[in-house]
Design a protein around this ligand. Sequence first.
Ligand code: ADP
Ligand code: MG
Length: 597
Amino acid sequence: MNTFQQLGLEEHLLQAINDLGFETPSEVQQKAIPTLLSDENDLVALAQTGTGKTAAFGFPMLQKIDVNSRTTQGLILSPTRELCLQITNELKLYGKYCKGLNVTAIYGGASITEQAKNVKRGAQIIVATPGRMKDMISRRLVDISKIDYAVLDEADEMLNMGFFEDIKAILSHTPQEKSTWLFSATMPKEVSIIAKKFMANPTEITVGSKNTGSKNVSHEYYLVGSRDRYAALKRLADAHPHIFSVIFCRTKRDTQKVAEKLIEDGYSAGALHGDLSQNQRDLVMKSFRNKQIQMLVATDVAARGIDVDDITHVINYQLPDEIETYTHRSGRTGRAGKTGVSMVIITKSEQRKIKTIEKIIQKSFVKKDVPDGMEICEVQLKALAHKIHDTEINHEIDPYLDEINLLFEDSSKEELIKKFFSVEFTRFFNYYKKAKNLNSPSGNDSFSDEKKDDQSARFFINIGKKDGYDWMSMKDFLRDALGLGQDDVFKVDVKDSYSFFNTETVHMPKVLEFFSDFKQNGRYINVEITEKKERRGNRRFGGQKGGRSRRKDGFRSEGRGNRKDRRKDNGGRSPRRSSDFKPQGSSSSRPRRNRRK
Ligand code: ADP
Ligand code: MG
């Protein structure tokens, strides 16, 4: 079934499809639409983001509901407000020829009375986030007791976000006889539990091999020293003047920090994460869609499912905790038949994760070098040349041209071009002329780690894999417990029942003091300093032993309090930009991005 006509859709829907410019149904649409149209089965569909799932459930639902009735007949649950709005808009487009159709979005952070009003007008379809939906049910502002269709969209993500109980509560207000359609990119245990609990003999559809990413995305990684992440990010952006990208960080804090730094450095960037108000998020998304923002720095949750076409690059500023999440990230690019690049900035200790990802996505990464200063100057210069070449002449300048022409009377075209381009080139050149090589040699320890070795201390800690840690969670634990910054804990090496890590020597007293009396799960955590120049694996512990006086109060509150104080002592966030990126001289010597449009 290669055409929409063959799927059994009615004429007015085909007309809308035609208007949208969809030529052929995607795989999930080919499989789901006829099934959903022909019987009243439950359905579990596994398909990547960007495969057209909205239309796969949207068209059958639109065909099946009765637009002459004002009863709510379809409920779509979706994890975020962004997605809710996206689905609502999409359904409105699909149903543009369904006279009397009313699709209403329900989500937190906006006026509940306004939403209730829209429902009251006779919403046949409600698209909702679980939290707000539950709220509205308990206030009796919606009635879903007569629905025929319930869709759980991005089910894995909803469960990740802890919506299980909410979903359960919501579904308990729906009739037994309805059909439930579940859509998910992955099938973790929790999703199969939902499927078992709330569905009867569902038809199952899997599209593509599970978890593999889009064919149109190529994957690259850049190996840098742990302190050069940000510098590398800037170089990648500078080397792609037309970049339109989502940059993923692991935490809200890092997301905010990276976005702030980029903005400070003159890039058109914005942050998207859960700590922002809905208003701020809307504004950022609007600017991004309009391409006023070239780089959207986002957390995984906030960016999930965002459907913005034309994203040229996804940059993994940090790899995600859950490797599976990588597929979602890279799926933000290479959409709608376009090609895209997913870039990963990693440090040496993360290199093995690349192998794991390669297995999941069934594609190889290309290891690339972070471009050096001269490469960037060249790229920027050429981009400028093309921009000027393609610029339409603005005749408003005509009246002033006589004077300008006079000034350049004796200049040849060649000289003029040289001078003209030197204006821009010199700015980049001055900025990058002393730029160092950011690439970390892959054979040995990264040089930036090496450099740090002189001023760093290596610690032994008596917790390890047995306690459920891997290097990343160990690093997080230490950073949080000690109130240290992103790159302040490094060379984390987690063994079975113990681990090693480094900090700069200045943090040594803090580390020893903190762990002199620290309990976790009722057990004292012991940290000792290892002898300097000690080779890994050959451990002998020297240094002080921490005293073990008992603490009266529990760790949690104390840990938290300490963390805050420490941060204050450090003078707040310390971005420690590498000197490479300190603008030389005045702020005007810093290369500014040309804003799009
Ligand atoms: P998913 O929910 O699987 O992530 P979406 O439903 O958001 O994917 O669809 C992704 C994009 O592809 C949307 O912009 C949508 O309009 C577009 N799209 C959907 N189906 C088709 C099709 N058959 N042909 C072309 N574009 C499509
Ligand atoms: Mg979707």
